[in-house]
Design a protein around this ligand. Structure first.
Ligand SMILES: O=C(O)CCC(=O)C(=O)O
Ligand SMILES: [Fe+2]
Length: 280
């Protein structure tokens, strides 16, 4: 039997899958989002927040039956840490995030004592909403880099593709957004999930509370944190069925090359902030 995307995610920390939405849906979302982003396209990084997505109907489309099965196959109790669409500006020779250190390389999550490093605890799912080619601020990641530093010369993977390119990755892996040097803004839809029983300040925010109060669907109430408990109560999202999305192989296609001055700057930055190198 072919390896499933679920297994690839565990082994390598990133998997690409078929787009769980039709291209018409992706197009429709972009048409809905265009006027929203047009108003704020002077910002270096601009957002359609979870509330915007909800008010625009994209939130409701997003949690399709297929998406529910995908998330359930990652973890039985997925709870949203963040869901938003964002654009990053073009003509920029800097990484839009963590540009102050290590050419943008970072982990979102530190290695937590007692947790298996490669277990899918903190996961992000990206759907490119614009076409992303080399130079368009493509997402770059080092497969299997669950622990340890980034070493120059090591292989990395730059994810490029059409609007609708969908990939799921473990936030413990070393990754970065490459600089978007192209003339156009790069648009991504991003979901981050974690176990229901993990601490999660977002689900207590007014935006999450408003959405939770407006939705009746038990699944949407679950994923926005209704059953959240700080004790490890084994709640599970109400979904049946598994996702049989085909895995699309991702082959490392680049190499890390952190400039020496960037490396020193990064070390200094982390020391000042009392954070260890290559932590979040
Ligand atoms: O925008 C990107 O390509 C990556 C952003 C990032 O570091 C993240 O989502 O954790
Ligand atoms: Fe990150």
């Amino acid at each position: 039997m072919d390896t499933t995307w679920q297994q690839v995610l565990k082994d390598e920390g990133i998997t690409k899958i078929e787009c769980p939405f039709s291209l018409e849906t992706i197009k429709k979302w972009n048409q809905i989002l265009d006027p929203h982003f047009k108003k704020i396209d002077f910002e270096d990084r601009s957002y359609a927040t979870i509330e915007d997505l909800f008010d625009l109907g994209i939130f409701q489309d997003f949690f399709s039956q297929e998406m529910r099965m995908i998330l359930r196959d990652i973890m039985p109790d997925p709870t949203i840490l963040c869901l938003h669409a964002y654009e990053i500006k073009g003509q920029n020779d800097k990484n839009h995030i963590f540009s102050e250190a290590f050419d943008g390389w970072h982990r979102d999550i530190a290695e937590l004592p007692g947790l298996q490093v490669n277990a899918p605890n903190f996961i992000s799912l990206f759907i490119y909403l614009s076409e992303v080619n080399a130079g368009d601020g493509e997402f770059e990641i080092i497969k299997r880099s669950f622990t340890g530093p980034a070493i120059n010369g090591e292989k990395s993977l730059k994810v490029i593709g059409q609007a609708g390119t969908t990939f799921i990755w473990n936030r413990a892996l070393l990754h970065r957004a490459t600089p978007n040097t192209s003339p156009t803004r790069r648009r991504v839809l991003k979901l981050s999930i974690q176990h229901n029983y993990f601490q999660n300040e977002h689900i207590h925010s007014p935006e999450f509370i408003r959405i939770r109060n407006l939705v009746k669907d038990p699944y949407l109430r679950f994923i926005t944190g209704e059953k959240h408990a700080t004790s490890p109560v084994a709640h599970q999202a109400p979904v049946t069925g598994h996702s049989l999305m085909k895995v699309i192989p991702l082959i490392s296609n680049s190499q890390i090359n952190i400039r020496f001055t960037e490396f020193l700057k990064g070390l200094w930055w982390f020391m000042r902030k009392n954070k260890r190198p290559f932590g979040p």
